[in-house]
Design a protein around this ligand. Structure first.
Ligand code: NDP
Ligand code: MG
Length: 403
């Protein structure tokens, strides 16, 4: 007798996380029945994925793209839908496993819908936890959903904590590659281009998280993510630079033992951990060859060179609306940098300006979070205008020939 296929949905199916998840699903078609695939604007990529994976429904977030999606899926038997409501409807379909692979706070409502209706939510979208941690966790607990982290560091910690008593955990140690600019001086970083920033030395990822890795805001967001996922105070979450990206993170226990999880830097491993949990499944991920691996090195992070990490820690310590403000301001600043409206070093400036703005009441509901998020975005746009940088950034681009 064969087991029933597990029903799964992939939110953010056209992205880097989504593609890795689809790769795993496509390798075991008999084991999975795909309910929904979603994307935001890349109709061609979504339609191609849908034709390959055969979900019940494919949803494009932009309502104006319904017609091309419908046309691309004509005759396939796959339903097409578009718009925010359709996205949330698709995310609300009951499934065994859903992966939250949408980028940014835009993923909050659909991911929350999946948290309410999936048995297992594999969470890649760290911004959900950063901007609405308490609300998100309360919904997950209320619905009895299994929340399994997909972020590689948090997947490593999740694995190291299996079967351990929370009271015995002394420290969580998040590893960071250091990003593409770890060897540059601040003066050299002033002129880096978006193309240089998205070229991560170890991981292949979407543009936003790649820039976050380059500023080290990614590690700051991950400290906040770990605080929520593992109920560990900020001062017991350490960050260490580990350029080889072999150890994905570590947990230190009260007896001095440290458990580290290792593997090649390939997101299919942490996705597979969540997909097969509590069992394990085979993946084609490259195996580590310890005999040729060479040295594994570690160093403290330089928060003067990378102020975003300190800003995120400060926002977490301050609590209330600050993590929501931090996340939204960072998203706006990163997009402005990618559009070459501001320089790389302006990203922390914008975030700091928004965090230092007028006080905002702590968000208590989802609506509060969305309101704080919107407010922070307006403040970030004003901060960017205040920098008056467009011309400066453009000159830097022209001078260096960077694009
Ligand atoms: P990508 O930019 O590669 O993909 C983002 C996905 O979200 C795409 O499917 C995109 O659709 C969709 N999307 C974008 N904006 C919206 C929106 N407004 N509404 C609905 N859907 C939207 O991102 P990544 O895959 O790199 O990252 C996804 C999340 O996972 C992020 O939160 C990131 O921090 C986290 N993560 C990623 C890792 C990685 O290795 N990539 C590692 C650890 C965490 P479209 O293609 O149509 O624009
Ligand atoms: Mg990570």
């Amino acid at each position: 007798m064969t087991a029933e296929p597990r029903r799964v949905s992939v939110l953010g199916a056209t992205g880097s996380i989504g593609s890795s998840a689809l790769d795993l699903l496509a390798r075991a078609p008999e084991a999975f029945a795909v309910e929904a695939l979603t994307a935001h604007s890349r109709v061609d990529a979504l339609a191609a994925a849908a034709k390959r994976i055969r979900p019940a429904v494919a949803v494009i977030g932009r309502a104006d793209l319904y017609a091309p999606l419908k046309e691309a899926l004509a005759g396939t038997g796959i339903a097409a839908a578009a718009g925010k409501e359709a996205l949330i409807e698709a995310a609300s379909r009951p499934v065994d496993w859903a992966i939250g692979g949408i980028v940014g706070a835009a993923g909050l409502e659909p991911t929350l819908a999946a948290a309410r209706h999936a048995k297992v939510l594999a969470l890649a979208n760290k911004e959900c936890l950063v901007c609405a941690g308490e609300i998100f966790k309360a919904e997950v607990a209320r619905c009895g959903t299994a929340l399994i982290p997909v972020d590689s560091e948090h997947s490593a910690i999740f694995q190291a904590l299996a079967g351990e008593a929370a009271a015995c955990v002394e420290r969580i140690i998040l590893t960071a590659s250091g990003g593409p600019f770890s060897m540059l001086t601040r003066a050299e970083m002033a002129d880096v281009s978006p193309r240089q920033a998205v070229r991560h030395p170890k991981w292949s990822m979407g543009a936003k998280i790649s820039v976050d890795s380059a500023t080290m805001m990614n590690k700051g967001l991950e400290v906040i993510e770990a605080f929520h996922l593992f109920a560990t105070p900020e001062e017991r979450i350490e960050v260490v630079i580990h350029p080889q990206s072999v150890i994905h993170s570590m947990v230190e226990f009260c007896d001095g033992a440290v458990l580290a999880q290792m593997g090649a830097p390939d997101m299919r491993t942490p996705i597979a951990v969540s997909l097969a949990w509590p069992a394990r499944m085979k993946t084609p991920v490259r195996r580590l060859d310890f005999a040729t691996l060479g040295a594994l090195t570690f160093a403290p992070p330089d928060t003067e060179k990378f102020p975003c990490l300190a800003l995120a820690r400060q926002a977490l310590r301050s609590g209330g609306a600050f993590p929501t403000l931090l996340n939204a301001a960072n998203e706006v600043a990163v997009q402005a940098f990618l559009r070459r409206e501001i320089g790389f070093l302006d990203i922390p400036e914008v975030v700091e300006a928004v965090l230092g703005g007028p006080g905002v009441a702590p968000p208590r509901t989802l609506e509060d979070v969305l309101a704080v998020d919107a407010l922070a975005r307006q403040a970030a746009v004003l901060a960017i205008r205040g920098l008056g940088r467009t011309a400066v950034a453009q000159r830097a681009v022209n001078r260096t020939g960077n694009i």
